[in-house]
Design a protein around this ligand. Sequence first.
Ligand code: NAD
Ligand code: ZN
Length: 371
Amino acid sequence: TSQQMTIKAAVTREKGGAFQLEDLTLRAPREDEVLIKIVATGMCHTDLIVRDQLYPVPLPAVLGHEGAGVVEAVGPAVTSLNVGDHVVLSYAYCGDCHACDAGHASYCEAFFARNFSGEGPDGEQAIRDADGQPVHDHFFGQSSFATYALSRENNAVRVSREAPLELLGPLGCGIQTGAGAVINTLRVTPGSRFCAFGAGAVGLSAVMAARIAGATTIIAVDMIDSRLELALELGATHVIHAGRGSVVERVREIAGGGVNFALESTGRPEVLRQGIDALGGLGVLGVVGAPALGTEAAFDVNDLLLGGKSIRGIVEGDSVARRFIPQLVELYMQGRFPFDKLVTFYDFADIEQAAADSEQGITLKPVLRQS
Ligand code: NAD
Ligand code: ZN
């Protein structure tokens, strides 16, 4: 276990700082760990809020949590994966707590520790920098802004070799979050009315899923015209530009009194409020957008109460990744879930450009190619 390999990874050394490509060393897989040769990694808004320290992952750290690649080596306790398997990496969970036992691993009691602590369950890092100093890792059980990454067997999801592996990484977080919120959590029903507040990668995945689920009114709200145009292409029946007039009034007008289901993916408390106000009676608002820790939101208590409305927090679309990701791959292969329309590829060396384009709304879902 003292074996080490050299990898190239993007290191975030300071709050808001650049992703810097460095040569680092990574130790060999132990026990149920799997070593993945990363082919491509999606960039999610969560990588950026961690870089900016809205979520306090200790720095320096290797971020990246939408990795896809090929199994290069397995630890001695691994039974279900083999060298050469194509895998998509998803979030980490303990597999042993009440929530995991109940089939809801995205609410694992150790979720924050496993995904955001910057260390493994043993309290150590597997990555060292050129000076031999540890670099925080295990981000979402992977730290996949790297040419190689360690995950555990239970968060490396085998996918079909027929599917284009370089495209699949975003299924591990952003895409399964939006699609899973609609399919697994809200359980949007045929003939229903749905509204996505925010039409980024998460919101547009929700729009595609709402079409699959049979919603007949699908509204997308955003500030960026190109995203609203794409929403129409992906199944939205109506779009609303958030900067032009009252969003709540428009949604209620289009949906004849309010929507049955809504999803907040902007991370803004005032939009969360709009989401509640735009619900019809017995409507449910799913909340996935992540503001800084400690952020509070306000709403009208009697509107919630008299309308029988619900607000539901959602992590990773309640997805059981080993089941849901292959389903999304199948839907993609059948042409019913064209999430490739959200993706723009970048060379790994252009990671800073990818982050800038994402923040400026030029790129919806950057995917970095490591090989
Ligand atoms: P994104 O930046 O691509 O999408 C956010 C969208 O909201 C953008 O298109 C933006 O133009 C739009 N927006 C901003 N202000 C708005 C307003 N006032 N009204 C309407 N739209 C507005 O980000 P993303 O990758 O789609 O992620 C969305 C959010 O979900 C982020 O906060 C991310 O951290 C979070 N996230 C949560 C989970 C989870 O498990 N809960 C998983 C992945 C991502
Ligand atoms: Zn993410």
